[in-house]
Design a protein around this ligand. Sequence first.
Ligand code: ZN
Length: 148
Amino acid sequence: MNELQELYREVILDHNRQPRNFGEIEDADRVIEGVNPLCGDRMTLYLKLDGSTVQDVCFKGTGCAISVASSSLMTERIKGASIDETLDLFEMVHEMLTSAGDEPPEELEKLVALAGVREYPSRVKCASLAWHALKAALTGAGHEISTE
Ligand code: ZN
């Protein structure tokens, strides 16, 4: 493992051990449940919106280290962002997770730690679960999503 891969691994392990924004928002504007039956990952995403801004975001759930770390990294990154920025971010992350080989854009910052899953197709769903839940929550596409 090279130095960069080691760093990415550390980010994932850190966010799995101590997930950021873990919990519920009682007066959330959007609540959506996401499941990845393939791995058994299950998460609920809570969003508090203020006009066109993600004022607060939390998640709860159980799953593998990749799914928990991805949810944690996502909430950390989108808190305070605009809905437009958040949807752009979804596209960038989705692109990163599904296009092998390309260098991920620098704007992704810490989220590039998730790029490692590209080598493992079954893990892509673990990493993208939270992001699909986020997109569904922001676009009002139901209350539950499944990666299958
Ligand atoms: Zn998983």
